[in-house]
Design a protein around this ligand. Structure first.
Ligand code: SAM
Ligand code: SF4
Length: 474
């Protein structure tokens, strides 16, 4: 493995994480029930919370207050978000890595890892397999290595858009890769990426320093903290933040995420499109004995409090978590999930259902197929969506627009969710999922007023049914 000298390039980066303030805000105190209610009501009125307000919710330990927070997250989800859930799949492109993050199976010191990069025909085969399963949205994931520079990331993006398998196509390609410089972000933007996602892992400096050796590229805390500022400066107006829960105190990390979202909003007038909150999972060659374990109940509080703190930001809950927990937390305002996920490189064609730890980054909690996940979503009253309309029509800042423009969800999001779901049902669903899905679509249509918009939607659904058209959206 090539061991590059660490790049110390963080001079001039802005540090917006004020640990002393976080610690003061998180100092144990019993929050006043009236204050908790006030903050919940502010969130239900769709206003973003301040750090201080978020800290009050994090301080609530009384079971009644915790239940009130859960209930508010459910209400916000129902009132504001509706019942759409966007589906995507991660595609691990390469696991070479020059870093040595203590928790990750791709770290360079992991001798058990089988190193591999998908290129050419191998990459095409994975994309075709994902399309055959019905996926339209991918996130490409890379280790950090000179071989995965901006141009090679851009080339993988272009390949994903170019390949067409039967009626399938990939309509949105997101990225999870190392931080780039401004030029690099410009190059991947030009390739047509959707969201550029970078997780800070932990916002706590001492923990960050302990887990990311200073001699590695990722050892530079500030360079990573500044990464999405550079992305936005470069014109990537769609960015995703995240923290890896279990590395440090979960309450501190929630404040870190909210501070990050507020910083981007203040500086660029656009907050992050999405927040991810992966929990650390066992990984090959990884032994973490000083983890800050986050229980399922604490994890539920993470999701609910984030929902309330940033009402306009999408929340991503990944297949790291087991199916039953995903099912429960979906109701708290999760907007995107992955499904049919395989982490081993080449796993969409080669390994079937097996999990191959030597080639995986970490182990998965939910290994069901996309079809099984969709069936369950439909049974639970959700509308699975593969919509990519805003991004393709240049309606950027789409997630904000959904809420900012009165009637936007009814006019655009619901119809586009239904047409993309219909395509899935016709082209890829099992008979059981198809039947359940058609019932769901009929129930959704019955709730729409009989107006010209509904008539246009019915025509689009009819065209998809008869096979005369695909990819219809408004
Ligand atoms: N190499 C890039 C980076 O570090 O930003 C991106 C790819 S990395 C494979 C994607 C994410 O996986 C990391 O940001 C980290 O949060 C997560 N991850 C790493 N090890 C994990 C583990 N053992 N359990 C759960 N998530 C993990
Ligand atoms: Fe490499 Fe990313 Fe894993 Fe760190 S988290 S070892 S940078 S792949």
């Amino acid at each position: 493995m090539c061991a590059l000298p660490a790049m110390r390039v963080s001079a001039g980066c802005i540090d917006f994480i004020n640990e002393a303030r976080f610690n003061a805000l998180l100092a144990p105190s019993r929050p006043d029930p009236g204050r908790v209610r006030e903050i919940i009501d502010k969130s239900l009125a769709k206003e973003a919370l301040s750090l201080e307000e978020t800290a009050v919710l994090l301080g609530a330990e009384d079971p009644g207050q915790i239940e009130a927070i859960f209930q508010a997250a459910r209400t916000l989800k129902e009132r504001v978000y509706g019942n759409r859930i966007v589906l995507f799949a991660p595609l691990y492109i390469g696991n070479h890595c020059v870093n040595d993050c203590a928790y990750c199976g791709f770290k360079r010191s992991n001798k058990e890892a089988v190193r591999r990069t998908l290129r050419g025909g191998e990459l095409e085969a994975q994309i075709r397999a994902l399309q055959r399963a019905g996926h339209k949205r991918l996130i490409l994931v890379f280790g950090e290595h000179p071989a995965y520079d901006a141009e090679s990331i851009a080339e993988a993006v272009r390949t994903a858009y170019r390949i067409k398998e039967g009626r399938g196509e990939i309509r949105r390609v997101n990225i999870n890769a190392a931080p780039l410089d401004v030029e690099g972000f410009r190059a991947v933007k030009a390739a047509g990426i959707g969201t550029y996602q970078i997780f800070m892992e932990t916002y706590h400096r001492a923990t960050y320093a302990r887990l990311h050796p200073a001699y590695t590229r990722k050892g530079d805390y500030l360079y990573r903290l500044d990464a999405l500022n550079r992305a936005l400066e470069a014109g990537c107006d769609d960015v995703g933040i995240g923290a890896l829960f279990g590395l440090y105190d979960w309450k501190f990390e929630v404040l870190g995420l909210v501070a990050h979202a507020l910083h981007l909003q203040e500086r660029f007038r656009v907050g992050p499109h999405t927040i991810s909150f992966p929990r650390i999972k066992p990984a090959s060659g990884v032994c973490l004995d000083d983890c800050h374990d986050v229980s399922d109940e604490e994890f539920a509080r993470v999701v609910a409090i984030l929902r309330l703190a940033v009402p306009y930001t999408g929340l991503i809950l990944t297949a790291r978590e087991p199916a039953a927990l995903r099912r429960r937390l979906m109701a708290f305002g999760v907007s995107q999930i992955d499904a049919g996920t395989r982490l081993e490189i080449g796993g969409y064609t080669e390994a079937g259902d097996a999990q191959v730890m030597e080639r995986e980054q970490f182990s998965l909690g939910d290994v069901r197929s996309l079809d099984e996940v969709i069936f369950e979503l439909v049974e639970d009253g959700y509308v699975p969506s593969f919509c990519t309309a805003c991004y393709r029509l240049g309606r950027t800042g789409e997630h904000f627009m959904e809420f900012a423009i009165p009637g936007f969800i009814k006019r655009f999001c619901t119809p586009n969710a239904l047409t993309t779901f219909k395509e899935y049902l016709i082209d890829y669903a099992s008979p059981r999922t198809r039947a359940a899905g058609e019932r769901r679509i009929a129930a959704e249509l019955a709730q729409l007023p009989d107006d010209p918009q509904k008539a246009a939607l019915m025509r689009r659904l009819e065209a998809i049914e008869t096979g005369t058209a695909r990819d219809l959206y408004c």
